[in-house]
Write a protein that binds this ligand. Sequence first.
Ligand code: AP5
Ligand code: MG
Ligand code: ZN
Length: 224
Amino acid sequence: MAGLNVILLGPPGAGKGTQAERIRRDYGLAHISTGDMLRDAVAKGTELGAKAKGFMDAGDLVPDEVVIGIVVERLREPDTASGFLLDGFPRSLVQAGELDKALAAAGKQVTLALAITVPEDELVGRLTGRRLCRDCQKPYHTIFSPPRQEGVCDECGGDIYQRSDDSEETVRNRLAVYRAQTEPLIGYYRDGGVLAEIDGVGHPDEVYGRIRESLDRAQHQVGG
Ligand code: AP5
Ligand code: MG
Ligand code: ZN
């Protein structure tokens, strides 16, 4: 069975991480979040983390040459053979081109790019109220989806924290960076014939229903 190679596109706070968890559970795709990988490197104090930290704190993109390397390496892992879900990568036209090259060299291609759209004022409220599990990265929200017990992850019992780049000022810069550098990818994948635009407003389960329709259609097309 050919795998689904999926990209999750969308502005900060669109719900990429929220939906990735559901997709991974139901479709068995390897979830690759560059944001999670970079935060992990920062927390562990690795060389990669030291390179990335300043950019992340400012809400700017980590340089392409740093990020592309870690993704290309990750895509060589065996768990990606039956399909993968990229969350937060690519984020620039350079990254998209390099991804296509790396996939082509492995006889693969992007099967579907899901672009989740949400109006900008809603994004700010989602991000400033967001909380996350330190262990499994499950996203919560102080108002929309609080954990059953305050400060404790429903899934794994881990500690719940707030990301340092979720302050209002940094969020505004992340949104501006998205518009300038990442939004052009929507046209790139539309031209490539693999784009599906998903309305990201509504309950996360409702949004997921829309995503499932696209994924199921793509799965039929690859003969899965
Ligand atoms: P990254 O971690 O990827 O952050 P992001 O793109 O800014 O996206 P978020 O994770 O903030 O949002 P999300 O779409 O996952 O939303 P979520 O599901 O959590 O990147 C962080 C940084 O790393 C970047 O700024 C950059 O510095 C660096 N980086 C990463 N990748 C890079 C790359 N490729 N190149 C260069 N640099 C890179 O949801 C948000 C909140 O909303 C949660 O509280 C959630 O509960 C809530 N929510 C979700 N869905 C709904 C809904 N339907 N209704 C109401 N609330 C909802
Ligand atoms: Mg995320
Ligand atoms: Zn957890």
